[in-house]
Design a protein around this ligand. Structure first.
Ligand SMILES: Cc1cc2nc3c(=O)[nH]c(=O)nc-3n(C[C@H](O)[C@H](O)[C@H](O)COP(=O)(O)OP(=O)(O)OC[C@H]3O[C@@H](n4cnc5c(N)ncnc54)[C@H](O)[C@@H]3O)c2cc1C
Ligand code: SF4
Length: 307
């Protein structure tokens, strides 16, 4: 059994109170807790104060002025079952259904998924396992086991809903004591496994806004087992937005930031994706195989967009 360390817990009802609490050292936001509690058991995060989203009124889905507004604390199951999401944004519904397992989808939130930590097989392990390797650059160590001569961290971005939301043109609303700002989901991430997120520590992701007049997008996830497992390769492919527009793809689980590529035809898109991706050994599956499967998965997704 992996015990949790001691922590305090607060569930504010006001967003500005939540932001003030988050500005204190040692505090961290918790939503469904499906990732954070595991990471705390692994001693990857050791917050002394957990600030819950539970009473902030961030749960629910509404339509307004051509946008679907999804509260950040809405569960993945609620998103996947929502009538408008299924009818107008099927790639998002599909992405929510590929996260972990149905029981986890019932707790996990969309906001938590957008803010999910990057992953690496040398890092997402219990503390004793990591200690036996001498830890790694991302936490407590001085070396990267993936690229020992490198100076960076190559942990991969693997949040299932992000590629589809990126291609759908979704925006994230962030609130702090400094005010409200909106950013495109495509601009939320850095290519750095240790500092992958462009969010201030006191900012709360409150809503995800998705335009409804969007083009056809398809989500695909390649994984070892059809449940529980994170992706070996994650892709979303979008057909041409207008007459003669390019095909585009967002590929994830192969680098610290999801990767965007576009091309004039779907055949050229699969080739461009293959050339752009340089996966490293952050997963159990060989990087060369994952690179080849990027081409296969993009081609399959493009065929599904046409279908
Ligand atoms: C066995 C298992 C398998 C999994 N498989 C997958 C998978 O295949 N694909 C996948 O994408 N995920 C997977 N997950 C991870 C996780 O379940 C999901 O990513 C989930 O959507 C996280 O949401 P949550 O509400 O539980 O987040 P939490 O665990 O509560 O929080 C995750 C992070 O987000 C931050 N956060 C949460 N809400 C907000 C907010 N509103 N504003 C700012 N920061 C916020 C937290 O501070 C924390 O850093 C898996 C987890 C487990 C345990
Ligand atoms: S890529 Fe390297 S530094 Fe980053 S988590 Fe993995 S082993 Fe650690």
């Amino acid at each position: 059994m992996l015990p949790l360390s001691r922590f305090d817990y607060q569930a504010p009802t006001d967003l500005l109170d939540a932001s003030r609490l988050l500005s204190q050292p040692g505090s961290q936001l918790i939503a469904g807790g499906t990732d954070l509690l595991v990471s705390m058991k692994h001693r990857l995060f050791e917050p002394t104060l957990l600030v819950s989203t539970r009473r902030l009124g961030l749960r629910g889905i509404t339509e307004s002025g051509g946008w679907l507004e999804i509260g950040a604390a809405t569960t993945l199951r609620e998103v996947a079952r929502h009538a408008t999401v299924n009818a107008r944004l099927p790639a998002l519904a599909a992405a929510c259904r590929t996260v972990a397992t149905p029981t986890i989808q019932a707790m996990a939130t969309l906001g938590g998924n957008l803010v999910l930590d990057t992953r690496c097989m040398y890092y997402n392990q219990p503390a004793g396992w990591r200690a036996s390797l001498g830890y790694c650059l991302k936490r407590e160590g001085t070396i990267c086991h993936v690229a020992p001569k490198g100076r960076g961290c190559y942990a991969t971005h693997a949040a299932d809903t992000v590629p589809a939301l990126w291609l759908l043109g979704a925006q994230a609303e962030l609130v702090s004591v400094r005010g409200v700002r909106r950013v495109n989901v495509s601009e939320m991430y850095h290519d750095d496994g240790m500092a992958w997120l462009r969010l201030e520590r006191d900012e709360v992701l409150t809503r995800v806004l998705v335009p409804l007049d969007t083009r056809a997008v398809c989500h695909r996830k390649l994984r070892t087992r059809q449940a529980i497992d994170y992706a070996q390769v994650l892709v979303a492919v979008g057909g041409p937005a207008g007459r003669g527009g390019p095909w585009s793809a967002v590929i994830s689980s192969v680098s610290s930031r999801p990767m965007y590529v576009e091309a004039e035809s779907r055949e050229a898109l699969a080739e461009a994706a293959f050339k752009a991706c340089q996966p490293l050994s952050t997963h159990m599956a060989p990087a060369t195989w994952r690179k080849k499967m990027v081409r296969v998965e993009v081609a399959r997704a493009a065929a599904q967009v046409l279908g």
